[in-house]
Design a protein around this ligand. Sequence first.
Ligand code: NAD
Length: 356
Amino acid sequence: MKIAVLAGDGIGSEITAQALRVLDVLVRDGLHAEIEHGLVGGAAVDAAGDPLPEATERLCAGADAILFGAVGGPQYDGLPRAQRPEQGLLRLRKRFDLFANLRPALVYDELAHASPLKHELVLGLDLLIVRELTSDIYFGQPRGIRINEAGEREGFDTMRYTEGEIRRIAHSAFQAARKRSARVTSIDKSNVLETTQLWKDVVTEVGREYPDVTLVHMLVDNAAMQLVRNPRQFDVILAGNMFGDILSDEASMLTGSIGLLPSASLNAEGFGMYEPIHGSAPDIAGQDLANPLATILSLAMMLRYSLDQEAAAIRVEQAVRLVLARGFRTGDIAQAGESTVGCRAMGDAVVAALGD
Ligand code: NAD
C-alpha cells in the first residue's frame, strides 16, 4: 500500500509527522505501507509556482490514499486565485472525484465539558456527517453577477444535482450507517427547492435497497435546530454540498475542539484523501503547540476506508482515547488550570498508548 503524504503549510508538517510516527509503529507490527512525500499548497507555490504541481498529482495518482495536512497562510493571501494554496486542495478533490466527505463528530467523555452545549446534551455523542463534495450550488452553472433589466446588480447561482450524483452519495451514507447504528437522516429543503425534492425522492429510492437502515427525512432548518436541541438523535446525517458544509461546521462545534476532528473524502473506487478539518493555524505554526490528534484520527479513517485495516484503525482510535483518559492535553483542548503538552509529546503519548 502506497500513501502519498502532503503536509502542506503552517502546522501541516508538525501534525503529519506525528501521524507518520503512529504509522511507523503499525508498519513495525506488520502493516505493509510505503509513504512518499509531495508538495502542495503554499509550499508548492514557493517551490514550483503551482499549489498542485504535476509531480504531486502523479504521486497521488499512483498511491492508494492521500494523507493531507493543511494549506494556506497570510503570506499567500495576495496571490491571484489560481495560485492560492487552497486551490491545491480543491483541484485534488476534483481530479480524483472525491465526492463523499465523511466527517465524524465524536465527544470523548473526558472532553464533554469543552463543548459549548450542556454536558448532558453531548455526553456520548457520536455522529457522522456524509456530505456530497463535488456538485450542488457550489459548482452549478450559470452563476455570476450581472446588471438586470432594472439596471440593478443581481447575483445568481444554480443549484443543481443529477440523479446519479444523489444516488452515489446516498449509497455512501447507507453503507456507512450499516457499520454504525443503522440510521440515516437525509437533509433537504423540499418544501421550497425542486433540486432537493429530487434529492429526497432519490434518497428514498436508494433507501429501499437498505431495509435494515432506518431513513428519516428532515428539513435543513429543522436539522440546524435539532443539532443543538438533541444532537444524540442523529447517527448518519446525509446532506448535499451546501447544507452539509453548514451543518458539519455546526456539528464540529458540538465537540468543542477543532484539533480533534478528522475527515475522509472518498471517490467511487474507495480512493481517498484524509485530513484534519482544521486549517494551517499560522498563529501557532512552528512552536510545537498544535494538536496532532485530528491528523492521527484521519490516519485511522484511512486505515478503515481505503486500506481495509479495521483492526489497525480501532487500535489507533483506542490509543487516542487512552491518551485523553490519561489526561494529555494540547492547548486547544485544555481547560483552565490543566497542564498541557506540545505536539510532539502528544505524538509520544499516542505511540506509547499503541503498545498498551
Ligand atoms: P485554522 O483552522 O487554521 O485555525 C483556527 C484556530 O484554531 C486558530 O486559532 C488555530 O491556532 C486553532 N487550531 C487549528 N488547528 C489546530 C490544532 N491542530 N491544534 C491547536 N489549535 C488549532 O483556521 P484559520 O485561522 O481560519 O485559517 C488559517 C489558514 O488555514 C488560512 O490560510 C485558511 O485558508 C487555511 N485553511 C485551510 C484548510 C485546509 O487546509 N483544509 C481548512 C481551513 C482553513
